[in-house]
Design a protein around this ligand. Sequence first.
Ligand code: SF4
Ligand code: SF4
Length: 293
Amino acid sequence: MNSIPDLPPAERRDWIAGLIGDFCAGPANTLQDTTDERAWSAPLVGFARGDDPLWRQYKEVVDPDHWTPAEIFASTFPGTTFEPADLTVICWILPQTERTKADNRVETTFPAERWARSRIFGEAFNSLLRQHVADTLCVLDCQAVAPHLSPAWSRRDSERYVFSSTWSERHAAYAAGLGTFGLCDGLITPAGKAMRVGSVVARVALPPTPRPYTDHRSYCSFFADGSCGECIGRCPVGAITQAGHDKLKCSAHVSHTAAFVRERYGFEGYGCGLCQTGVPCESGIPVAKWARP
Ligand code: SF4
Ligand code: SF4
């Protein structure tokens, strides 16, 4: 029977990171423009334990129906006997390319074409990557599921948080040591906030990536020392204030971008991300204490 390579745990993590990196280096990572330009720069990869206490806390702070890794694993593989500690959540960050960020930086109302393409075709690649990682591990006798691709995954209205879902990729990445939240709700990672996230829950026990931060907002200058707030001015519809991110205003604007994208760029899409570009946390961690070279 095929199996995941018989390596020490830390090297197994490297093997999985290589699986993700190799797929990102392949032809599927494309903006689907005339030159098949890359949608994403090289990924960051992190790992969280399946029995991390954070997953239970997410039922309080994300949604009562937010899955623990054990819940989505058990419903995907009914009848399987396992312990939460047998599971690892594999997460990745797909950073926007320098060209995409440069294009979006100069926009003030609607997304640049590269940004809109990454939102649609880049996210389609992200889903292929989720499936590729889960399928590859399953073939190697390591049961794995991408929660975001599960037919049971749903997004819903939330009394407390406006919108929530049964699996938040950004919260999974937070658990996997990959970043903390900013004033605009985006996840600030060592590669910045201009990125997208993916994850897979796998039946393999691996050492988790340390969470260097002490708070879920450590990497945002506004929460660190009251400075910055530059994402407030980047939002064309006033959806970000010192009180945080107005998801309804944001969502309404993003929906309105669909007509613009169709008419200007000639494909069905949408996007915004203005608050993710042209700000100090666009491409790295702005708080000196946490910044990485
Ligand atoms: S732009 Fe400034 S205030 Fe806004 S999320 Fe980034 S660091 Fe925080
Ligand atoms: S993504 Fe939302 S919050 Fe950010 S700039 Fe656009 S409308 Fe504003």
